[in-house]
Design a protein around this ligand. Structure first.
Ligand SMILES: *Cc1c(COP(=O)(O)O)cnc(C)c1O
Length: 460
C-alpha cells in the first residue's frame, strides 16, 4: 500500500486525502476503509441538513433501533420470497394493514404490493386501469384505434403521472384547478370523460398546495355515470402524502375504499408512513381491478407467490422499516405523531399570518403543510425568492415556486412539516422567519426581481 504512510498518519495526512474524492475514472489503488468513510462523509458535509429541509415530504428521522434493524437487513432481497419467507410475511402484513386502514370491503379479495415509492405504485395503478379498460373495451366492441386512451387528473398532478402517460402512450386530460379550492374543479370533470377514459385520478394531497380533491363528489359523479353507461368510470387515489395521514387525523373523511368507485390507492411509505426514502405501496380493492396479465409468479417455499411490482431486486430493509413503524407505533402512536405534526404546522401558519404580509393558501388543517403567497398590496421590496435565500442562510430549505398555469402562475412558498419538526424546532423556525423578514425589510440589495416566477428549490 503506498497511499497510507503508516499507522500514525492522520486521515487528513494520507495521500488519498490530498486527491479529489470525486472520481470520473476508477482509482487504481484501494483506500483504507476508515479513510474512505471519512473522506466520502466529508465530501457530503456542506450539503443541506435534512432535518431543516422543509421542501420535502420524505422522512428525515427514524428511531435508532429501526435504523439498526434496517442496516442489519439491507442484504435481504425483497423479491427472494423463498429465501426470506418471513420478510415476505411482513410485507403481506403491511399490505393487509393498509387495506384495513383504507376500509377495503373484503380483505379476502384485495391485492397489493410494496413498491420503491409512489411513482412505481402510480405506474402500477395506471397500468391496471389501462389493461382493464382495454379488456372491457374489446368486449364492448370499441374501436381501439380510433383514439388514444385517456387519463383524467387535475393540473396539480405530480410528475409521475406525466411519466405514466408518456410511457404508456396515454392522453393526459388535465382538469383545471378550482381557483377557490386549489384542487380539481369538480364541476368540469365530466366534460373530459369519454369511452376511452381509463380512469380518473383523485389526489389526496396536491403536492403544490396540500389540498385534497373532493373525492366523495368525484365518486358520486362516477356512480351516476356508471349507472347509465356500459363503460365503467373508475377512480384511483394518489394518496402519496395523505393516505397515511388522513386515516389518523380525520377518520370520518370518506376518500378511500368506502367509496364504491375507488378501485386502487397508492401511498409513499417514506412520506407520512414515517420510513426513510425507498418505499411505497399500492392496494387494489378487489382482484377484479388488477388484470391477470399484470400478475406474475415468483417461487415461494416450493410454491408460487404473485408479484406485480415493476422492479425485481431491491433491499427488503425499507419494508422491514415500515413494518417496524406499524408494530411499534400502532394506531394510537401514528395518530399522536400525525396530530402533533399537524399542531406544529397550524402554529407555524398562524405565525406566518400574523406578519400581515401573506395570503395563506394552506394553514396546515388538512395536511401539515403551510403554503402562502405575498399579499399583492404587501408594502415590501423583496420577493419570496429573497425570503427563501435568507432562510437558507439559517439552514432552512424552503422552496418558492409558481402554481400551475390555471392558477395564474401565482408564486407561493411552502413549508412541509414532518414528525421530526418538534415544537422546539418549530419555534426556532418561526423566530428565524420573523428575523429574516426584518433583515429583508432593512436590506438595500435585492437579488430577485419582483416579476420573475420560477421554481426555487425542490418542490416534490
Ligand atoms: C410525492 C408524490 C408522488 C411521488 O412519490 P414518490 O414516493 O416520491 O415516488 C406522487 N404523487 C404525489 C401526490 C406526491 O406527493
Amino acid at each position: 500500500m503506498t497511499n497510507q504512510t503508516d499507522f500514525t498518519t492522520p486521515i487528513f495526512g494520507t495521500e488519498a486525502s490530498s486527491e479529489d474524492v470525486v472520481m470520473s475514472r476508477l482509482r487504481k489503488e484501494s483506500v483504507e476503509p476508515e479513510v474512505a468513510y471519512r473522506l466520502i462523509k466529508d465530501q457530503l458535509i456542506d450539503e443541506g441538513n435534512a432535518r431543516q429541509n422543509l421542501a420535502t415530504f420524505c422522512q428525515t428521522y427514524m428511531d435508532p433501533e429501526v435504523t439498526q434493524l434496517m442496516s442489519e437487513t439491507m442484504e435481504k432481497n425483497a423479491i427472494d420470497k423463498s429465501e426470506y419467507p418471513q420478510t415476505a410475511e411482513l410485507e403481506t402484513g403491511c399490505v393487509n394493514i393498509l387495506a384495513d386502514l383504507w376500509n377495503a370491503p373484503n380483505s379476502e379479495r384485495i391485492m397489493g404490493t410494496s413498491t420503491v415509492g409512489s411513482s412505481e405504485a402510480c405506474m402500477l395503478g395506471g397500468m391496471a386501469m389501462k389493461f382493464r379498460w382495454r379488456n372491457q373495451a374489446i368486449k364492448r366492441g370499441l374501436d381501439l384505434n380510433a383514439q388514444k386512451p385517456n387519463l383524467i387528473i387535475s393540473s396539480g398532478y405530480q410528475v409521475c403521472w406525466e411519466k405514466f402517460c408518456v410511457y404508456w402512450d396515454i392522453e393526459m386530460r388535465e382538469v383545471p384547478m378550482d381557483n377557490g379550492k386549489l384542487s380539481m374543479n369538480i364541476d368540469k370533470v365530466m366534460d373530459y370523460v369519454d369511452d376511452y377514459t381509463i380512469g380518473v385520478v383523485g389526489i389526496l394531497g396536491i403536492t403544490y398546495t396540500g389540498k385534497f380533491d373532493d373525492i366523495k363528489a368525484l365518486d358520486e359523479l362516477a356512480e351516476a355515470y356508471n349507472q347509465t353507461h356500459e363503460h365503467e368510470l373508475v377512480i384511483h387515489i394518489d394518496g402519496a402524502s395523505g393516505a397515511m395521514f388522513v386515516p389518523f387525523v380525520d377518520p370520518e373523511l370518506a376518500w378511500d375504499f368506502r367509496l364504491k368507485n375507488v378501485v386502487s390507492i397508492n401511498t409513499s411509505g417514506h412520506k407520512y408512513g414515517l420510513v426513510y426514502p425507498g418505499v411505497g405501496w399500492i392496494i387494489w380493492r378487489d382482484k377484479e381491478y388488477l388484470p391477470e396479465e399484470l400478475v406474475f409468479d415468483v417461487s415461494y417455499l416450493g410454491g408460487h407467490m404473485p408479484t406485480m411490482a415493476i422492479n425485481f431486486s431491491r433491499s427488503a430493509s425499507q419494508i422491514i422499516g415500515q413494518y417496524y413503524n406499524f408494530y411499534r407505533y400502532g394506531f394510537d402512536g401514528y395518530k399522536e405523531i400525525q396530530e402533533r405534526t399537524k399542531a406544529g404546522a397550524v402554529c407555524i401558519a398562524k405565525a406566518v399570518e400574523e406578519t400581515g404580509l401573506f395570503d395563506i393558501y394552506n394553514d396546515g388543517a388538512n395536511l401539515p403543510i403551510v403554503c402562502y403567497a405575498l399579499k399583492e398590496d404587501a408594502d415590501v421590496e423583496w420577493t419570496l425568492y429573497d425570503l427563501a435565500d435568507r432562510l437558507l442562510m439559517r439552514g432552512w430549505q424552503v422552496p418558492a415556486y409558481p402554481l400551475p398555469d390555471d392558477l395564474d402562475n401565482q408564486v407561493i412558498q411552502r413549508f412541509v412539516c414532518r414528525a421530526d419538526l418538534g415544537q422546539n424546532m418549530a419555534t426556532a423556525l418561526i423566530r428565524d422567519f420573523q428575523q429574516c423578514i426584518e433583515e429583508l425589510n432593512n436590506a438595500r440589495i435585492l437579488c430577485h426581481e419582483k416579476q420573475e416566477a420560477h421554481v426555487h428549490g425542490f418542490t416534490h
